[in-house]
Design a protein around this ligand. Structure first.
Ligand code: IVH
Length: 673
């Protein structure tokens, strides 16, 4: 820093303020032992800010003023992890950990007893932190284990991450530590409440909230999210350190918040009581623990054990099964989703489970209710698995008093009053009225989506506005939109209204298979739409077909056939089709330009996050060209499409020799066709 022009006294004063404030962060956020009041802290911070503003040449990335987040980034840069950030092998039973210990003993010839250090396994996001000469210089996500994102600015906002190391910490030219960033339960609940109020999508669990937050390019958002960290791993440390416990002690001494639980136990037999103790205690700590981690304490033994490409051989995770609680099922409500699926929802007496209060749970469908013999008034067992979405595991039949009632599925849509349909062989009831208010928005978005009529500029917010204003009541209304109606909406000008109108106009000539897809007939995705457009020349032709004709087409099953027939039988739907026709939408096959099923028979696996498409869109696109998407990599897999943060599927692909392609290559494959 160029401090030559700043007086020595000022430099000293600023540095003292910085170190004092960082020491207070440490005492408050790491040790939990604050020594000053919040007001005093704020006063010191204000004084520092004023001085830094007055002497901008004194700017320092490790100043506590840098914790509030700065200007948003364009994108994250890459960070290479050397050695790679590994994962852990999971076990779910005592037998499995005994087996694990046996394996370790076998590899360590001459050793008869392992000393294990037991830690909490926090379900958060793994990060790496690098310190050069005591200053925090780089923080990154795990990514695929080898390459992660540089999220230094985001991590700086976490107060339990030291920006400068204390005590002997500054003596070391380079230290890398790894840990878990997490969001405490209360912060998570507060955040979701706030998002609900604003109408933003909720995070399913604290881990997703943490991951979502850390992905933000705007560190000032991260600063508001109350994230925390604990450090559980490290790179090379001073040679005098011989055990994991000593290492954690050392890290704690130089300013890190290390694993809260770190108990050494000799032999698995002595670990088991701890596993039992934490089975319930894990719900009391205020953050989400999904298991314990057992690590070999002796670092020399770790060296001998080494690692596989995925996980160290000296550590293992023990995962607890999801927690179950009992509560009363008060009533069952039917909710209509954006695609018309009617889902029964259990309204429960509120109960606290795995860190949050649960008062609703999806019952999925009528079969599920019947299979589990769930009745209104029953005492039920609720479980919240890793994904936190609660579901009913079963009924406590011994507690039935006789007044419980079987649930009858309503025959009318609770939103629009049209008849609910349950296609042959199908588990869900559906409302197939394309004008049903619960579905209007979803159906219009589907109609204009990339695999459908592909109307550029028809986004979520705009459709919401048009629907809320009563301008759009179904997708056919799109073709009757007036420029003024669009231009008068907030954030829409003349030009964007014009562009939208011409994109809508353009879509009238869209290919027949896309039109069929965009109608939103249950089970008719891109693949089936293509089959139908290959077999019928027009909507009129398709409309006239009975179950038998449809069923005759190879690839169209009974369920789909009956959904198609029901769709065209619905009077409201026919009105909408008439409106489409009147507007000039082409409703027949153009003989030329038919896309061949060029991916016919090819099997795809998707892994990681795609940026241009959702998984669903990618699947639809692949199916539209005759390919198939499967959930896991096997010998038969042709392509593995790897998005950001791909999972273990990629390793499997390499092992089995399936071709790995990037999202870009995939898009070329699909959209050049
Ligand atoms: S040690 C070499 N200790 O769990 C692997 N990991 O499922 C070092 N995790 O990727 C990991 N708590 O992100 C370790 N006490 C703990 C942990 C922990 C949570 C995470 C970590 C790891 C994942 C594996």
């Amino acid at each position: 820093m160029n401090v030559s022009k700043v007086g020595k006294e000022i430099v000293k004063k600023i540095e003292k303020l910085r170190n004092d404030l960082l020491a207070h962060d440490y005492r408050y956020y790491v040790l939990n032992q604050p020594t000053i009041s919040d007001e005093e802290y704020d006063r010191l911070m204000l004084r520092l800010k004023e001085l830094e503003e007055k002497y901008p040449e004194m700017i320092d990335p490790t100043s506590p003023t840098q914790r509030i987040g700065g200007r948003p980034l364009e994108k994250f840069s890459n960070v290479n992890h050397d050695p790679p950030m590994l994962s852990l092998d999971n076990t779910y039973s005592i037998e499995e950990i005994r087996e694990f210990e046996k394996g370790v003993l076998k590899r360590l010839e001459g050793v008869s007893m392992i000393e294990w250090v037991v830690e909490q396994k926090i379900d958060g996001v793994a990060v790496s932190l690098v310190y050069e000469n005591g200053s925090f210089t780089q923080g990154s996500t795990r990514g695929d284990g080898v390459v992660g994102d540089d999220i230094t600015e985001n991590l700086k906002t976490i107060k339990s991450i030291p920006l400068r190391l204390i005590n002997d910490g500054s003596k070391y030219p380079y230290i890398e530590v790894r840990g878990e960033v997490y969001m405490p339960n209360e912060a998570f609940l507060r955040l979701n409440k706030e998002r609900e109020r604003k109408g933003e999508p909720l995070f399913a669990n604290p881990r997703n909230a943490t991951a979502g937050t850390l992905k933000s390019l705007d560190s000032s958002i991260v600063a508001k999210r109350e994230l925390n960290i604990f450090i559980h791993s490290y790179g090379t440390l001073p040679g005098s350190i011989k055990t994991h416990l000593e290492a954690l002690e050392f890290l704690s001494n130089i300013g890190f918040k290390v694993s809260a639980l770190r108990e050494a136990k000799r032999g698995i037999d002595n670990v088991i009581p701890l596993i039992e103790e934490w089975r319930t205690k894990r719900h009391e700590v205020g953050y989400w623990i999904d298991g314990l981690v057992l690590k070999v304490n002796e670092l020399s033994q770790r060296g001998k054990l080494g690692s596989t490409s995925k996980a160290p051989r000296w550590a293992v995770a023990f995962k607890y099964p999801a927690e179950k609680v009992r509560t009363k099922l008060k009533r069952i409500k039917v909710s209509i989703g954006r695609t018309g699926i009617a889902t029964p929802i259990a309204m429960l007496e509120a109960v606290f489970v795995s860190g949050t209060t649960v008062s609703r749970a999806s019952l999925f469908n009528m079969d599920e209710i019947e299979r589990k013999d769930i009745r209104v008034g029953d005492k039920v067992v609720v479980e919240k698995g890793g994904e936190i979405i609660p579901h009913i595991v079963g009924v406590v039949k011994e507690e039935r008093r006789g007044g419980e009632e079987r649930f009858l599925f309503p025959d009318k849509c609770p939103v629009c009053g049209e008849k609910l349909i349950r296609p042959e062989g199908e588990v869900y009831y559906r409302c197939i009225n394309v004008g049903c208010p619960a579905q209007i928005k979803g159906r219009i978005l589907h109609f204009g989506s990339r695999n459908g009529m592909d109307i550029e500029g028809l986004g979520d917010v705009l459709v919401s506005q048009l629907v809320n204003e009563g301008i759009l009541c179904d997708y056919a209304d799109l073709y009757y939109l007036q420029k003024d109606e669009i231009a008068s909406l907030p954030r829409m000008g003349e030009k964007s209204a014009e562009n939208l109108i011409s994109a809508i106009e353009e879509s009238k000539k869209q290919s027949f298979n896309r039109l069929i897809y965009s109608l939103g007939i249950p089970f008719v995705g891109t693949y089936n739409a293509k089959l139908l457009s290959d077999n019928f020349r027009s909507i009129d032709d398709l409309m006239k077909k009975g179950l038998e004709d449809l069923f005759d087409i190879e690839g169209i099953g009974e369920k789909t056939a009956s959904a198609i027939v029901a769709f065209f039988k619905n009077k409201r739907n026919m009105e909408v089709l008439r409106k489409l026709r009147k507007a000039g939408v082409i409703m027949e096959r153009k003989e030329e330009g038919r896309t061949p099923l060029s991916l016919k028979g090819k099997r795809f696996v998707l892994t990681g996050t795609l940026s241009a498409l959702t998984r669903e869109e990618a699947r639809e696109a692949i199916e539209g060209f005759g390919g198939r998407v499967t959930g896991s990599v096997s010998q038969k897999t042709d392509f593995v499409v790897a998005g950001r943060d791909p999972g273990s599927k990629l390793d499997k692909a390499k092992e089995l020799g399936a071709k790995q392609i990037s999202e870009e290559e995939f898009l070329k494959m699909i959209y050049k066709k």
